[in-house]
Every structure is written in structure tokens, then in C-alpha cells.
Write a protein that binds this ligand. Structure first.
Ligand code: PZK
Length: 323
């Protein structure tokens, strides 16, 4: 972003720039999906999943953004496409380690009734194999942050795992740890121990999921760090398909992970978010009480946030997100 500093004229120029989000860009933002021919299978804060048939689902990433647990009134241009393209990148990168649920992301191969929505779906959707999902979230942490930092400060452990004494907030852990969780009724995930996970899905599957989670995280986090992005932690969802234990949902995106810019990393405090920092700063600045209704974002905040997502994609993959 070019900083224009011309003394007296600055206020005028800055006011003009605020109105400069083009109608094309605003038009491209997708907040809601609506495919009347299809049955909604699951809908989250950001993603919508539709049933196609017995074996296949349509997975769509919208441009919605959540902050402090609520979906904001404003969408972020390109966000759904960026998150989808990041997942596609990782599916390919990880294909030798784990099967994934992707069938195709090429809209021209989608079923005929979806072709009328081709423009909307292009780049932000996938047809995926329907999996029998395991009722656990496979969380892995390479750095101590968020709920794990809170738990460690209180008890010295995280999900029943003892950690070295004297860790600071955001410290890198000696080894990544597997810290599973379950979807609690409150809507918030609840951390569980490996023993509790074993009671839920069995000890053998638990060991397989833990080993797979750690192997996949290590390979991806090592790659991302070489590209200047710390993946502090992430959450995987696995299920069973004819391919065996299958990696599903979105993978290693800024929505399912904590992405930190490596060049700003400094333990001893919370880290800046690669993607959502402008949003959080704005919401703190306007002193939103963090209760609904969630506010809208100024166009400038939405635009700068959009640039962060596109930058994350470019930094990770070396590719340009096509306009
Ligand atoms: C599935 N979710 C989580 C919730 C979302 C996603 N391949 C699959 N087979 C069966 N079920 C799922 C998947 C996947 N992926 C994932 N729910 C169901 C979820 C809300 C919105 F986009």
C-alpha cells in the first residue's frame, strides 16, 4: 500500500481512497450461498457444505470473516478463493502422506445443474468425497498460544501433557504436541486428553490420528517456515472413506490455524495474526462489546485484510491468485 503524505492534502486524499473499492470487487464478495436445487449438509461461520449424492458433497468457502467468535457484517474480497487455493496446495503437497477428500475443484467437471453457478463457484469450491467423520478435532501445536497457554499457566500441562517449566507465551515447543478436542454443545471446542479421545473413538484409531496429525503438521510447518510463515498450531478433521483414513475439510489455512509472520515473531507476548490483525485492531479501536450484532468493517480495513490473505497465498505457494 502506498503511503501518501502530503501534509494538508492528506485528509482529502485519504477520504478519496476510502471510496475506492471498485464495484467489481464489491460485487465479487460472496457472503451467502444459495443453491435451491441442493440440500445443505453443514454450514459453519465461513463455509457451507451441500449434499450432491450418497458419496459426494459440494464444499464452498464464502468470503465471510469471523473475529472474536462472530461473523462480521462485511465480507473480505478473495478470502474464499484464497482459503480454497491454500487447501488445494496442501492437499497436493501432502498427497504422499495422507489421502484427502478432494475429487475435483474444476467447475467445468461439476454436475450440469451447478453450471449456472459456475462464476460463483469458480476457485472457491470443491467436490469432495463424503467421509464418515470422526467426532474429534485433531489439533497440533508447535508453539504455545491461545487456550493451551491459558491451561499451561494454570496447571503446567496442556491436554494432560506435561510441558517444560518456564515457557513464555508463544514459545516454540521442544516438539509439536497433539491436543485433541471435541465439539462441545456450547459451540466452543473442548480440549480433551489422549485417554479421553481413546474412549470416544478407540485407542487404535486415536494413535493413528495422532501420528498422522504430527507427521502432516511437521512437514507443512517446516515448509511454511522456509517461506516466512510460522504455523503455530492447526486443526485437522479426518474421516473414513473408501481411500481409508482421509484428510477432510479445509487444511492448514489461516482460518484453521494460527499463521504468524516469522519476521515479527517474538515470544513473551501474543503474536500478531498474519491475516486478521487489522480487523482485530479496528474492533478494539471502536470498542465493540463483542456481542451481536457484529459490526461492519470500513472498506479500507476489508481491503487491507484482503491483501493479507492474497499475500499469505503468494508467500506460501509462490503463485499469484488469478484475478
Ligand atoms: C463434513 N464438516 C465440518 C462444518 C463446513 C464444514 N468430506 C466430508 N464428508 C462428510 N462430512 C464432512 C466432510 C468434509 N469436509 C465436514 N461437516 C461435515 C464443517 C460446517 C461447515 F464447511
Amino acid at each position: 500500500m502506498t503511503k501518501i503524505s502530503l501534509g494538508l492534502e492528506y485528509a482529502t486524499i485519504s477520504a478519496c481512497r476510502i471510496s475506492l473499492m471498485s464495484p467489481e470487487l464489491l460485487d465479487s464478495v460472496l457472503l451467502q450461498t444459495d443453491f435451491p436445487e441442493l440440500k445443505l449438509h453443514a454450514s459453519g461461520k465461513v463455509r457451507d457444505v451441500y449434499t450432491l449424492d450418497q458419496d459426494r458433497l459440494l464444499f464452498v468457502a464464502t468470503d465471510r470473516i469471523s473475529a472474536f467468535d462472530y461473523v462480521l457484517a462485511t465480507g473480505i474480497p478473495h478470502k474464499g478463493r484464497v482459503l480454497t487455493q491454500i487447501s488445494l496446495f496442501w492437499f497436493e503437497f501432502l498427497r504422499d502422506l495422507v489421502p484427502n477428500h478432494l475429487l475435483t475443484a474444476d467447475v467445468s467437471q461439476y454436475l450440469a445443474p451447478l453450471q449456472q453457478y459456475a462464476a460463483q463457484l469458480q476457485g472457491r469450491s470443491m467436490i469432495v468425497a463424503r467421509a464418515e467423520m470422526f467426532p474429534v478435532e485433531c489439533v497440533v501445536r508447535g508453539y504455545i498460544s491461545g487456550s493451551a497457554w491459558k491451561e499451561y499457566k494454570a496447571t503446567g500441562t496442556v491436554c494432560g501433557i506435561a510441558l517444560p517449566k518456564g515457557l513464555q507465551e508463544s514459545d516454540r515447543l521442544p516438539e509439536p504436541i497433539f491436543t485433541p478436542s471435541t465439539k462441545a454443545t456450547s459451540g466452543h471446542d473442548e480440549n480433551i486428553s489422549f485417554a479421553e479421545m481413546s474412549k470416544l473413538v478407540g485407542p487404535e484409531l486415536s494413535s493413528q490420528l495422532r501420528d498422522l496429525t504430527l507427521t502432516v503438521y511437521k512437514k507443512a510447518a517446516d515448509y511454511a517456515l522456509q517461506k516466512g510463515i510460522i504455523i503455530a498450531d492447526t486443526k485437522f478433521e479426518f474421516g473414513r472413506t473408501p481411500r481409508g483414513i482421509t484428510l477432510a475439510d479445509e487444511v492448514l489455512t489461516p482460518d484453521s490455524s494460527r499463521f504468524w509472520p516469522a519476521d515479527k515473531y517474538a515470544p513473551g507476548r501474543a503474536q500478531e495474526s498474519f491475516d486478521k490483525q487489522y480487523v482485530r485492531d479496528y474492533l478494539e479501536q471502536i470498542r465493540w462489546n463483542k456481542r451481536p450484532p457484529a459490526p461492519a468493517l470500513p472498506v479500507e480495513v476489508a481491503r487491507r485484510t484482503s491483501e493479507k490473505y492474497v499475500e499469505a497465498y503468494h508467500q506460501l505457494t509462490g503463485l499469484e491468485l488469478d484475478a
